[in-house]
Ligand binder design. Structure first.
Ligand SMILES: [Zn+2]
Length: 245
């Protein structure tokens, strides 16, 4: 089983070391991880720092087991980060985009638009996935990326969290390559997707250890929080056929 939504790295005041996180996840019923580093959210982050984290993780966990996503932030444009070079350098399996945590302005900023075309084109030519954070805020609505999704039909788009759910379902109806993940998704939201006939497009993902970060006041501890997160899989069994990348 794949957990398609795992994080390592800095998250506000906490640091989640890949060793500790992967150890917990791979000792549960999960045998494959798709992950990215939340260190990417630090203001003015230098890609070098992320590179070191992912490089260390890949040294101990091969990309057959733990597949990193290149979490591309607009600040990398001026750092001269080249998509094709970095994707090969660390054997990334796809991309992560977070239009709420990172300021994407591709409607007005031509450089933002160009780099997104490069990212989608790269993923499209290799049948890779792009995981896009979604939410209700306006800047992170799924249909903001409609023109990219419609142009690059070989990309497996995973709409993280399936928010808002009606719009997520509309995107699934329009495009067969659109999936949604279960991270922080309520059982009502999951049921909405299933009732619309798209249960097979639900991808299991927990957002661990971000779940721990938000629920740690409950005192479950890191490992037990993951076992609790795993219960979300029951909501999509046996419909999901997602086999990853
Ligand atoms: Zn996440």
């Amino acid at each position: 089983m794949i957990d398609s939504h795992i994080h390592i790295g800095q998250f506000y005041n906490d640091y989640y070391d890949f060793n500790r996180i992967f150890d917990i996840v791979l000792n549960a019923e999960v045998d494959k991880i798709i992950y990215s580093s939340t260190t990417s959210c630090i203001k003015n982050i230098k890609y070098d720092q992320i590179y070191k984290e992912i490089e260390s993780a890949l040294a101990l966990f091969s990309n057959n087991i733990a597949i990193p996503l290149l979490w591309y932030v607009p600040g990398y444009i001026n750092q001269g980060i080249k998509i094709d070079i970095e994707m090969k350098e660390l054997k990334y399996g796809g991309f992560k985009l977070h239009p709420l945590a990172n300021f994407w302005d591709f409607e007005n900023n031509i450089k933002h638009m160009q780099i997104l075309h490069e990212i989608f084109d790269y993923a499209n030519n290799r049948n890779m996935l792009i995981k896009i954070h979604t939410g209700e805020s306006g800047v992170d609505r799924p249909n903001r990326f409609d023109k990219f999704i419609s142009e690059y039909r070989n990309v497996k788009i995973i709409l993280a969290h399936c928010r808002p759910v009606d719009e997520t379902v509309r995107m699934m109806r329009k495009y067969p390559n659109v999936f949604g993940d279960t991270a922080f998704a309520t059982s009502e939201r999951i049921a909405y997707v299933k009732n619309a006939g798209f249960g097979e497009r639900l991808v299991f993902g927990t957002d661990f250890p971000i779940t721990y970060y938000y629920y740690k006041k409950n005192g479950l501890g890191l490992k037990n929080q993951y076992y609790k997160d795993l219960e979300a899989i029951k909501l999509i069994r046996p419909a999901s056929t997602f086999e990853g990348i």
